[in-house]
Design a binder for this molecule. Structure first.
Ligand code: CIR
Length: 272
């Protein structure tokens, strides 16, 4: 059945629902590019601050219990990609993260029909940047061609399209590019070129720091990491209503703002 959403105009809005997962007791074992000490208690406190901010903005926040078996499971964005009617439950690129999705499914099943990805496909939600009915998807160390093809097929049935983007540096596409507004992307120009987005009618703003390229544009508010003060200042100058949040300890596990939640849109709306 073709999606009823095909003909529906979509507006960028604050999410109806955010799904988050508390920081694992084993968070110090999380995957990371640069080995460094992690203070799990500090990460927990920062995660609480992030969740409190989402509670001010989203209609509802569902908090899943921390999972001791999965040190990376607070980065909940990677395990699912909501489209319109469908949500793809991914097969994460890192073997140690496979299995995180199972406990997120029940929270998602009330809102979507689930489409589960299977081997050999891999895809991390951090590689998926939504711009209305267009999904830019990074082909990265975590997301392979079969993962992109699976998402593209579900998106096609659901009235959306997938545009693959080569990601040769950094962890995920959204480590270096996120939506700032309906037609504006903020990018880390050191990592990704804006041309692919401009070719699809989007305007690019260059973030002055790499951690500034991952923002959350939630309705009227733009959330920026406290670790990216120059980006916060630039966006304020440009008229955005910026809120900052301290997530430095969570950045140590190579995660940014978007990866800490799954945002579920309302009908006729889309959320980054
Ligand atoms: C990982 O390597 O999988 C985690 N330590 C970080 C995942 C960050 N996810 C995201 O940006 N979407």
């Amino acid at each position: 059945m073709e999606s009823e959403y095909l003909s529906m105009p979509l507006t960028l809005a604050a999410p109806r629902l955010c799904i988050v997962r508390g920081v694992s007791t084993n968070f110090e074992r999380c995957l990371r590019d640069v080995p460094c000490a992690i203070d799990v208690e500090r990460a927990r406190v920062q995660h609480r601050g992030y969740v409190e901010l989402l509670r001010e903005i989203a209609d509802e926040v569902v908090e899943l219990a921390p999972h001791a078996d999965y040190p990376d499971s607070c980065y909940v964005e990677d395990v699912a990609v909501g489209i319109n009617r469908y949500c793809v439950v991914t097969r994460p690129g890192a073997p140690s993260r496979r299995g995180e999705g199972a406990s997120v499914e029940s929270a998602l099943a009330c809102h979507y029909e689930l489409a589960r990805m299977s081997s050999p496909a891999t895809l991390d939600g951090g590689d998926v940047m939504r711009a209305g009915q267009r999904f830019f998807v990074g082909r990265s160390a975590r997301t392979n061609g079969a993962g992109i093809a699976f998402l593209a097929e579900v998106a096609r049935r659901d009235g959306a399209e997938v545009i693959p983007v080569a990601v040769s540096r950094g962890l995920h596409l959204k480590s270096a590019a996120t939506m700032l507004g309906e037609r504006t992307v903020i990018i880390d120009p050191e990592v990704i070129e804006g041309a692919i987005f401009e070719a699809h009618g989007l305007r690019c703003v260059e973030a002055p720091e790499s951690l500034g390229a991952n923002v959350l544009a939630l309705g009227a508010e733009t959330i920026v990491s406290e670790s990216a003060p120059e980006t916060a200042a630039l966006l304020r100058e440009q008229g955005y209503s910026v809120r900052t949040v301290a997530v430095g300890e969570l950045h140590k596990g190579d995660g940014a703002l978007s990866c800490l939640s799954l945002r579920v849109s309302g009908r006729g709306l889309w959320s980054v």
